[in-house]
Design a protein around this ligand. Structure first.
Ligand SMILES: C[S@@+](CC[C@H](N)C(=O)[O-])C[C@H]1O[C@@H](n2cnc3c(N)ncnc32)[C@H](O)[C@@H]1O
Length: 223
């Protein structure tokens, strides 16, 4: 018997685990190292796991970990793009550690097999686009969290089939985060303000460089 906490999780994966809850058939799409699936099985949070990867090499890492823990008989290792690799519809599907656009594409293509699943997503970027595309694909956001690991902040979103009508503020910040105002939201807002101000300065700089280029070309007789 392995102890419940034989696989410890960092704050990001812990938040994903907390929003996933417990289930029979768990799926981790883009599992890579396989730590989340191993933790879920050892902690009794799921009975069975489908661990998928688009990369055979990445899946080998999960295969090795799960094998070393003696859990291979409760796991299917599947190679393929997104949910297309799954053998059975999962109760909970995690799609984490990718860009929001990649995650949105996986959910849109996998709408039918995910119709009865709780989907837990952790987009590294483009969370607002992911929220909007979830709404358009017929999913509603059921819960959200911000995980903090040192100076790094991660948004985690749980969704289920259903309707929602998000306001522009809810798309940008997240409907549950906006309503519950968790402590980490202030840190996340400060981070977003820094990123947006820098992008604005870069954009303004680009426009000035474009204008400068026109005048310099004129002065050098290129135009
Ligand atoms: C940065 S890792 C994240 C691993 C793990 N999910 C986590 O959050 O710690 C992203 C993984 O997603 C996989 N991936 C990217 N696009 C995928 C897709 N369309 N289908 C399945 N896996 C994908 C990559 O091969 C990579 O191993």
């Amino acid at each position: 018997m392995f102890p419940r906490n034989a696989i410890s999780l960092d704050p990001r994966l812990s938040a994903i685990r907390d929003l996933a809850g417990s289930c029979g058939n768990f799926a981790d799409i883009g599992t890579d190292h396989g730590r989340l699936g191993a933790h879920m099985l050892l902690a009794g949070l799921c009975r069975f796991a489908q661990l998928t990867e688009v990369s055979e090499r990445s899946l080998a890492k999960a295969r090795e970990l799960i094998g070393a823990l003696g859990l291979s008989d409760r796991v299917r290792f599947l190679v393929g793009d997104g949910v297309e690799a799954l053998e059975d519809p999962p109760d909970v599907a995690v799609i984490a550690g990718m860009g929001g656009r990649t995650i949105a594409g996986i959910v849109e293509r996998g709408r039918e097999i995910l119709a009865h699943a709780r989907i837990v997503m952790q987009p590294n970027v483009a969370a607002p686009e992911l929220r909007l595309r979830l709404q358009r694909a017929g999913f509603r956001i059921a819960d959200e969290m911000i995980a903090k690991d040192g100076r790094r902040l991660y948004v985690v979103i749980a969704a289920e089939a259903g309707r929602m009508e998000l306001s522009p503020e809810e798309i940008e910040v997240g409907p549950v985060l906006l309503k519950n105002r968790p402590g980490a939201l202030a840190d996340y807002a400060a981070f977003k303000i820094r990123v947006l101000k820098k992008a604005l300065a870069d954009a303004e700089g680009a426009e000035l460089r474009r204008k400068l280029g026109i005048w310099e070309a004129l002065n050098h007789g290129d135009r």
